[in-house]
Design a protein around this ligand. Structure first.
Ligand code: SME
Length: 137
């Protein structure tokens, strides 16, 4: 069994790698369900620090995915009402839920400084990443 510290080191490496290697990924982070609370807590991330380390279910793109269990692709964040801005440079976002034994335990969240960059390839790729991550949690 891996310790939380070992898991966080691996997740940090995943974030760093994705941000570094994929041009349109400018902020990459994991949020996880915070114990029994109806909120998300920020885990490892790569990119500028965010004030939004706790996000209530239903709030923002992340909070909506916590309830919908569905991928959420946002081509233009300015067109979203229920959106939490982390940085003024961000133009688009993709959030893909992370399932462990069929339960939505968190998500990978990617921000991009490019407008409308995310395709179905990103969705399939990030689903794959989350499936691998689920195995080490
Ligand atoms: N934009 C997200 C908040 C998290 S930051 O992107 C890191 C949202 O609307 O839920």
């Amino acid at each position: 069994l891996e310790t939380n510290k070992q898991i966080d080191i691996k997740l940090q490496e995943v974030c760093n790698l994705l941000k570094e290697k994929i041009d349109h990924y400018d902020w990459v982070g994991f949020y996880f369900k915070n114990g029994e609370k109806e909120e998300l807590k920020l885990g490892p991330y790569a990119g500028v620090p965010t004030d939004h380390t706790i996000i209530p279910f239903g709030k923002g793109i992340c909070g909506q995915v916590a309830e919908s269990n569905q991928n959420f692709v946002v081509p233009d964040v300015q067109a979203q009402d229920n959106y939490i801005a982390c940085s003024i440079t961000v133009k688009s976002e993709i959030v893909v839920p992370l399932f462990v034994n069929g339960k939505n335990m968190g998500q990978i969240d990617i921000d991009s400084n490019t407008l409308d960059p995310f395709t179905e390839d990103d969705e399939r790729f990030l689903e794959f990443v989350n499936e691998q991550v689920a195995k080490i949690l």
